[in-house]
Design a protein around this ligand. Structure first.
Ligand SMILES: [Fe+2]
Ligand SMILES: [Fe+2]
Length: 165
């Protein structure tokens, strides 16, 4: 733990670590939701959708990595037991019970909208209090916004494809 680095945080560090761990749990569940979704997805444009899901999975995992690094820097421990992911997660996990491409997209759009909410709140909270966390949260938030847009664009393409048939 960096003593000075922890000192400059103008808020309750343990509370911040808790919030970062919740986001960390969200990221792992989002990672798996995308990863398994890409495997099982069926229907029109499934290859295009699967490659987007795989890309998002990779980026969610990178978010988990950034959060873990920050938690450790602050003197905390990232959640060490996957059993705790669901317990700590704010956005939860939606199993792709229906493999239909539009259902999988809808689940992941919902997940992204939850993530945008989480990071927007976190960003407001750490603004002026912890510039290092702020920077990380902003980077992640920008990508979640892109993710939502990517998925909604695919969903629109699907609609036009299905209507033209
Ligand atoms: Fe993420
Ligand atoms: Fe995302």
């Amino acid at each position: 733990m960096g003593t000075k680095g922890r000192q400059i945080v103008g808020m309750d560090v343990d509370e911040l670590i808790k919030l970062l761990n919740q986001a960390f749990a969200d990221e792992w569940l989002a990672y798996y939701q995308y990863w398994i979704g890409a495997k099982v997805v069926k229907g029109p444009m499934k290859d295009a959708v699967a490659s987007e899901l795989v890309l998002h999975a990779t980026e969610e995992l990178a978010h988990a990595d950034m959060l873990a690094m920050r938690i450790i820097q602050l003197g905390g421990t990232p959640i060490i037991d996957p059993k705790d992911w669901s317990k700590f997660s704010h956005c939860g996990y939606d199993a792709p019970v229906s493999a239909f491409v539009k259902d999988i997209l809808a689940q992941n759009i919902k997940g992204e909208q939850c993530a945008i909410d989480v990071y927007q709140k976190l960003q407001m909270l750490v603004r002026d209090k912890d510039p290092v966390t702020y920077n990380i949260v902003l980077t992640i938030l920008q990508q979640e916004v892109e993710h939502e847009e990517d998925l909604q664009a695919l969903d629109e393409d699907l609609d036009s494809l299905m209507m033209s048939k």
